[in-house]
Design a protein around this ligand. Sequence first.
Ligand code: HEM
Ligand code: HEM
Length: 226
Amino acid sequence: MRVWDLPLRLFHWALVVCVLGAYACVKSAGITEGWLSETGLDWMTWHSRFGYGVLTLILFRLIWGLFGPRYAQFRHFITGPTRVLTYLRNPSQVIGHNPLGAWSVVAMLAAFGLQAVSGLFASDDILFDGPLSSLNPTLSRIFNSLHHASEWVLISLVILHLCAIIYYTLFRRQPLLRAMVTGDLPVTRDHHAGAVEPALDNAPVALRAVIILLACAALVFWISQY
Ligand code: HEM
Ligand code: HEM
């Protein structure tokens, strides 16, 4: 059954590329010897480009969480602590993000969103300044420290994310990775009885996603030119 619509899947894999790209570039910028430093590439400019990509994608995801198909909607998967506890006591298969996984999704969206926003205010004090770094000195100082201090928080979130997926794949026999690639999850008979509906994933949905994405990209481009 279709669970993840195409725009959501593309969002996920584009986010992975942009996050890894931003990280690889900022690490390459710190290398002063060897072939990496001789490529002539402006690594910090590429760091910010990938970072703008992350910002655009997270903005898109926030809007998709309101206007996207059923399993992408925040109201479908964000639940209170009682539902999380019930799920922990009786972890049955859930279509879409489960109540616990949902909070890790929220944490990742918030953490990477904050990282991209704080990057706008960051500066390396030599060659590269984020576009909003001279807007307000206090705000810049706070965001700059946040942007530098968060590295291990972000790495831990991603490691936790990958461990959870490996756990669900091996021990719970839920092919989550395949679902994030093809969009489809195998559905048991119980779920049919519970009248679950597949996510809408057609041309009008894709068109809506393209319009939202273009609007987000335009906003981020405008900020980057500040
Ligand atoms: C989610 C996206 C981003 C990630 C994961 C990320 C990650 C990082 C990391 C790990 C560092 C190095 C911190 C350190 O070595 O202490 C850094 C530095 C920096 N980033 Fe980002 N960043 C992102 C987005 C951005 C954006 C959008 C901008 C600006 C447009 C930006 C501008 C900077 C600047 C100016 C530095 C300082 C470099 C230095 O001190 O040498 N970043 N970023
Ligand atoms: C930088 C690395 C990554 C980040 C920031 C990230 C972020 C996310 C986010 C935000 C979601 C929620 C999707 C949504 O509803 O918006 C998600 C889900 C998912 N991610 Fe990742 N991801 C990363 C790497 C990976 C990798 C490498 C894999 C594959 C091995 C992966 C597999 C999945 C799967 C299978 C789901 C769906 C989980 C579920 O069914 O509840 N992710 N990821």
